[in-house]
Design a protein around this ligand. Structure first.
Ligand code: ADP
Ligand code: ZN
Ligand code: ZN
Length: 721
């Protein structure tokens, strides 16, 4: 028998391919190899050897391997194979996703040693000209670093290569070879003592060396991050690796700095803004088994860890852990699977855990650790609903709200105003003929952005200049309606001309490093007003914020999405959590037109776990997740009829006893970028049975005919319906 290898490609194909291993060559699973595929030369990944190929097939010879070791180690391969089955996604794409882009393209799995930098002993930041402000900051920072600092560390701190080169040309810094990361005992010993409440929660955290999942429910400001640091300090072996998954926006230099203070160069970061070289470097370091502690966004869970000692998922409820397109995996859920495969404890932390995780804690699948006191004298903020139904508003803000803001500013404190929309106003409307501006490509209104006088669609790339008069009737009464962050910013600037107003949303923070600049003002404590979207809700520690205002949160109360109430409560509690985190008592004002709504009443009166129990009992009564397994088949095409007909066919193929199928129905935004979208929802009591049905359905859909231009996708455990 000839020796054979089965390989997969980085292609959306649910198929593996067999090749003959030429005499004298050996290959192993996980190895990258060159293969001829049709007329192309591609990079393949070996998934098995010694397989029996289908009879009568003459196999092509395998090309040469790209390295003499397995790029993907067994456990990472096992994890990605599990994910491919669970999420019904082609194995090749899943496995290749666990490789950095350079290796997917077939580049060598090696890099020259990374440059390190250190300040010259005699270098004085004050000799730099005033216009070299960032270089000056960099030099001062480098002078505080104990030793040689890796270039990637400097970049993660928010400095650029140009600034490094600038200082080098001026002869103020030297290049040096960085040493491999080692834990720094001196730093670790300076960790603050845990408070009694933290100690009690700490005792409930899992012991090392075995798989368990612990949900750490700790209210905002209770010191969860401090617990993670202590946990890693105490339990992580000097040679071991660890993973800390965080939502994208939390990966600010501030967070990284906090970890780096204790673990120094052992900290490595992983996120979407890294370039290909940075990714390859970090990936190789992990693969080599450097004792790294990786702080990363969702895809960090796929890194080829050699010996992982602990996994933490911070803000585990955050929707950014779930990939929104293509391979729609949940980084959080894969983290738990990874913990199980690697026999390592997993901690899921949040002030507002997801209903799924709470349910798992209630049913004993996860352990629950609770931390319900804030650190020091800080108390949870007092929440008040302000009914605005019959109150005059100024740009969306009620009189009492403006008064409350004024009082806080007067006292030298800071205020955070949460608006759930960016732009100036979500709609432009004619007050004569009623015409509203829609996106020509989507079933959505155009948002007015006043800073650049543009109308933009937030669902596709469309934008146009804002017309001065109504395009239908030429009336001049053509005006913005509703609230966006820009409008709130304008109102507040007009009302409080002496006070800086800082807007934080996707538009104001587009440039790398910009969010840090903006937050620097907030962090230095001067009285100011922060205006922003959910970007402000996540993880930030603003010591001086004493009042949080939520301007228009009512949308989530009446949405058709069954997750909307959960998301609304989480967002409001997270933004509220920015108030009163230190000495100053905090207050939260929620403007609403529905102050008698039970959910808002609960928010003010009940504990989060009680609210979740209530949400869970509703889900159970309705037969929704987490009590049932759910998946969505999404289809989109140039014509709604095609999308619906395709899904109707799928519905017939999948139908069987015990499976509930809802739809096909057009998606909430039925047309997006000229694609007509529809969906079919599957709900089953038994997950394994649903998996089986989906696998068969995918196979059949792959084989079957479909209208030209139609695309479909399976979304397992969807978070948007
Ligand atoms: P969380 O992650 O739960 O929001 P953090 O860990 O950010 O909370 O802690 C909130 C604040 O309290 C931070 O400023 C942190 O430095 C401080 N803090 C946490 N634990 C302690 C402690 N044991 N002693 C002193 N300060 C602490
Ligand atoms: Zn008009
Ligand atoms: Zn659009």
């Amino acid at each position: 028998m000839t020796d054979t290898a089965r390989i997969v490609l980085s292609r959306p194909l649910r198929q593996a391919f067999d090749y003959r291993i030429p005499d004298g060559q050996t290959v192993m699973p996980g190895q990258r190899v060159r293969v001829r595929f049709g007329r192309q030369q591609l990079v393949g990944l070996v998934i098995a050897t010694g397989v029996t190929p289908p009879e009568g097939l003459s196999l092509r010879p395998l090309g040469p391997p790209l390295e003499d070791w397995a790029a993907l180690p067994d456990d990472t391969r096992e994890l990605m194979s599990w994910a491919a089955r669970y999420y019904q996604h082609p194995l090749g794409e899943c496995l290749f996703m666990a490789l950095p882009p350079a290796l997917r393209r077939g580049q060598p799995a090696s890099l020259p040693t990374e440059t390190g930098w250190r300040a010259r002993p005699d270098a004085d930041p004050d000799t730099l000209p005033p216009q070299a402000r960032k270089q000056k900051m960099l030099l001062s920072w480098l002078k505080q670093q104990p030793d040689i600092t890796r270039e990637s560390t400097i970049r993660a701190e928010g400095f650029s290569l140009a600034q490094i080169r600038g200082l080098h040309q001026r002869g103020l810094i030297d290049t040096a070879t960085p040493k491999p990361p080692t834990p720094d005992q001196a730093y670790l010993d300076s960790l603050p003592q845990l408070t009694p409440a933290q100690q009690a929660a700490y005792r409930q955290l899992p012991s090392p060396g075995a798989f368990t999942t612990t949900l750490l429910y700790g209210i905002t400001g209770s010191g969860k991050t401090e617990l993670y640091l202590h946990y890693l300090q105490e339990h992580l072996g000097a040679d071991q690796q660890a993973l800390i998954l965080v939502p994208e926006i939390n990966l600010t230099p501030q967070t990284v700095r906090r970890f780096r203070r204790y673990f120094g160069e052992r900290i490595q970061v992983w996120h979407s803004a890294l370039n290909d070289t940075e990714r390859l470097r970090t990936w190789l370091s992990i693969r080599r088994g450097d004792p790294a502690i990786v702080i990363g966004t969702r895809s960090a869970v796929t890194l080829p860890f050699a010996d992982i000692g602990a996994i933490v998922v911070d803000e585990e409820h955050d929707s950014s852990f779930k990939q929104g397109e293509g391979f729609r995996y949940s980084g959080r859920d894969l983290a738990v699977v990874r913990g199980q495969m690697n026999d390592c404890p997993v901690i899921l932390g949040s002030a507002t855990p997801s209903t799924e995780s709470f349910h798992n804690a209630r049913t004993g699948k996860y352990r629950l650790a609770r931390l319900e006191e804030r650190v020091g004298d800080a108390r949870p903020p007092e929440m008040t609903l302000l009914d605005i139904r019959s109150r005059p508003l100024e740009g969306g803000l009620a009189r009492p709200t403006l008064q409350a803001i004024g009082e806080r500013i007067e006292r030298g404190e800071q205020v955070l105003v949460f608006v759930n929309r960016r732009g100036y106003a979500p709609v432009m409307m004619c007050f004569d003929c009623g015409h509203m501006m829609d996106c020509p490509h989507c079933d959505a209104r155009l948002t007015y952005h006043r800073r650049d006088r543009a109308l933009r669609c937030h669902h596709c790339d469309h934008q146009r200049a804002a017309p001065a008069t109504c395009p239908e009737c030429d009336s001049e009464a053509f005006q913005p309606v509703g609230q966006g962050t820009e409008r709130t910013e304008d109102i507040l600037e007009a009302q409080f001309p002496e006070t800086p107003v800082i807007r934080i949303d996707r538009d104001s923070t587009r440039r790398r490093g910009r969010i840090d600049q903006l937050l620097a003002t907030v962090n230095d404590g001067t009285p100011c007003i922060l205006v922003g979207t959910q970007m402000l809700a996540k993880g930030h520690d603003f010591p001086n914020v004493s009042l949080v205002v939520a301007v228009n949160a009512d949308g989530g109360l009446f949405s058709v999405d069954f997750r909307a109430p959960e998301t609304l409560i989480q967002t409001l509690l997270q933004v509220s959590g920015r108030a009163g985190r230190h000495r100053i008592p905090g207050r939260v004002l929620i403007q609403t037109c529905h102050s008698d709504h039970p959910l808002l009443q609960q928010l003010c009166e009940a504990d989060y776990p009680d609210i979740v129990d209530h949400l869970l009992s509703e889900r159970e009564a309705l037969g929704l997740p987490p009590f049932r397994a759910m998946a969505i088949l999404r289809a989109e095409s140039r014509d709604m009829a095609d999308s619906l007909a395709f899904l109707d066919g799928a519905r017939q193929m999948a139908a069987r006893d015990g499976l509930a199928i809802w739809g096909p129905l057009p998606a909430i935004i039925a047309r997006r970028a000229d694609r007509h979208r529809a969906q079919l929802v599957f709900v089953d009591e038994r997950r394994s049975r649903l998996q089986h049905t989906l696998a068969q359905l995918c196979g059949a859909l792959d084989q079957g005919d479909k209208p030209a231009g139609l695309r479909w996708q399976i979304d397992v455990d969807p978070i948007e319906t």
